[in-house]
Design a protein around this ligand. Structure first.
Ligand SMILES: C[S@@+](CC[C@H](N)C(=O)[O-])C[C@H]1O[C@@H](n2cnc3c(N)ncnc32)[C@H](O)[C@@H]1O
Length: 282
């Protein structure tokens, strides 16, 4: 996917995430940070839609927000989108998360990772991320994928099942810089890994994406969002040995027709988890 298209994908994802984010977890985060003017670090912040959401919500009043992402073009887009629209200072930072951890003085009050932890090996990154917060800091791990994708209406149930399970397996097989980097069940793993790695769970709940047409149309730019999800299937599974020649093409053609006909429904299961870093640091 080109960077231009990925930027539009992240923008189109905003309304989907807005509906999905777990209200109980979000309110617990706002309540826990209330009156504290937290210094916030957002990792993998993309084009800044979480900053927009916090401004729209209006209840969290950060002293500062550091938006970190590995991709300079996304950080530049965040800078462009947010300019003049945010009533607190936003620092834009292009850096790899692990390099940032190695170089960062700890001390953030709130660390946010939205749709990010499932791109890493959670067993490794969660322990490392703890160093980003001061003792007692809050951590919000939201929109963390958790291993279940449903696409309706069924096309060919056996092929549907194989395509989706192979797609999940590609998340688990991702390797970045020689390290396993991806977990298709990261959401549920947060619930056991966080307590084992020096965090206390404060709140958790589902934050499923549910995308469906209403009155013959998808809301906002969600038709484009769905087309990107199908593109991700194509990118991940093209030439995959687990599928017969032509099967993926047949599946994608039918699924794209269903999007164009405003018939396709997507449900993706995810979890939001709010945790507190215990002190002292190990
Ligand atoms: C699925 S996107 C989510 C973006 C944003 N949080 C949102 O929900 O719109 C994942 C983001 O993590 C960033 N990312 C991936 N690996 C990273 C790394 N090692 N260090 C920093 N950012 C990373 C990507 O560039 C991308 O912007």
């Amino acid at each position: 996917m080109t960077t231009e298209k990925f930027i539009r994908y992240l923008a189109s994802k905003k309304t989907v995430d807005d509906r999905a984010l777990n209200r109980r977890v979000w309110d617990a985060m706002v309540d826990a940070a209330a009156g504290r003017q937290p210094r916030v670090l957002e990792v993998g912040g993309g084009i800044g839609t979480m900053v927009e959401r916090v401004v729209e919500d209006g209840r969290l009043l950060p002293r500062s927000w550091t938006l970190l992402d590995a991709q300079a073009t996304l950080v530049a887009e965040a800078q462009r989108r947010l300019a003049g629209r945010v009533p607190f200072p936003v620092e834009h930072c292009t850096a790899d998360l692990e390099a940032f951890i190695d170089g960062a003085p700890p001390g953030f009050d709130l660390v946010v990772a939205n749709a990010v932890v499932d791109l890493f090996d959670p067993a490794r990154i969660l322990g490392r991320m703890r160093a980003l917060g001061r003792p007692g800091a809050l951590f919000l791990f939201s929109i963390t994928f958790d291993g279940l994708t449903a696409i309706e209406p069924a096309m060919d149930p056996d092929l549907d099942r194989r395509v989706i399970s192979l797609y999940h397996a590609t998340m688990d097989g991702r390797v970045v810089d020689g390290q396993p980097s991806g977990d298709s069940r990261a959401g549920r793993h947060l619930l056991t890994l966080l307590p084992a790695q020096g965090y206390r769970l404060l709140e958790a709940g589902a934050s499923d994406w549910v995308v469906y047409p209403r009155g013959g149309a998808y809301p906002a730019d969600e038709e484009f969002f769905l087309s990107c999800i199908l593109d991700f299937f194509e990118e991940s599974l093209a030439g995959h040995r687990g599928l017969e020649p032509g099967e993926l093409e047949r599946w994608l053609t039918r699924r794209r027709e269903q999007v164009a006909a405003r018939e396709l429904v997507l449900v993706a299961h995810q979890l939001d988890v709010l945790a507190r870093a215990l002190s002292p640091y190990p």
